[in-house]
Design a protein around this ligand. Sequence first.
Ligand SMILES: [Zn+2]
Length: 364
Amino acid sequence: MVLAESGEDGIVSCDACEYAANVEKAELVYRNLETPAATAEPIRVDTPGQKTIDDVAAFLKVETNQLVKTLIVQTSTDEVIAVLLRGDRELNEIKLANLLGVDWIVMAEDSVVSRVTGAPTGFAGPIGLEVRLIADAEVKGMADFVVGGNAVDVHVTGANLGRDFEVEQFADIRQAVAGDPCPRCDCGKFESWRGIEVGHVFKLGTKYSDSMNATVLDDQGKAKPLVMGCYGIGVGRTVAAAIEQNHDDYGMKLPMPLAPFHVLITMVNPKDEQVRDAAEKLYQQLLDEGIEVLLDDRDERPGIKFKDADLIGIPLRVTVGARNLKDGNVELKERSSGEQSLVAVETVAAQLVQTVNEALLVNL
Ligand SMILES: [Zn+2]
């Protein structure tokens, strides 16, 4: 995973140890979770038009973490299950599917919800339901909470586990968020990030070697299926991720190993014969040295060429112009740092070769 604001994945990492994981996989810990004693009686209350967690919490003047939401889901094996989560939490569908041993789960269609709960989507609650109830482990530590009333515009306050309904299983089925305690160390908390997945590793086990009969002899001379794994790197994504981490308002700052050209030569005025000769000579020198070089000899204003150079982000730019050439110099600009310097036209090729090779070696 490469951290990037625009990343498609949520990531959490511990602020105290090395643990880091995609939120789809991040483990949560629940230490000493005991159900507090009930102090309230279940009361059905009218909540006209209040369908979302935020609406209901505001209407009943409670925090969203005092609500327990009931999600009606359908599994790939066509079972309907009710899932309970603290009001401010999100279900992790992958964790739930893994727990149930099914390929996938989806939110049940409205028709299924109304068949199971007797009410339209938005008012489901655990009391009186006749399907399996699975709750996030965190719910076990809650008492006197608000749930849906399985009727239009009705919720129940003062609901309690055990007394009002039974949960078949408590498990880690929610999405990890910033602030959750780390599962690996005693003191750390999660911080959250966005990231781009650029590579992955899958442990395939013996799923494919079994079906292909791919075996190996063990130390007893007995044939055993190979344990398989596979690995992938997203080549296109790697470039995108590198740009996310290396850019400014003017464009890309391509790292040397990824850049399609190492050096850009910008002719300030291609009609000036001296400028053209010097630039083309340098271009040929660099090509001969195996440097990937691009020559901008377009008949455009210098400002446009410089803007384009920043935009496409070639790591090194050499500007060949009449004014500096008079003193035997060209201007060298490093795209990533913005550093500029004047270099003698005689030595610039050697310097560029050295800079490029060093950057490529360092990055290997
Ligand atoms: Zn930790």
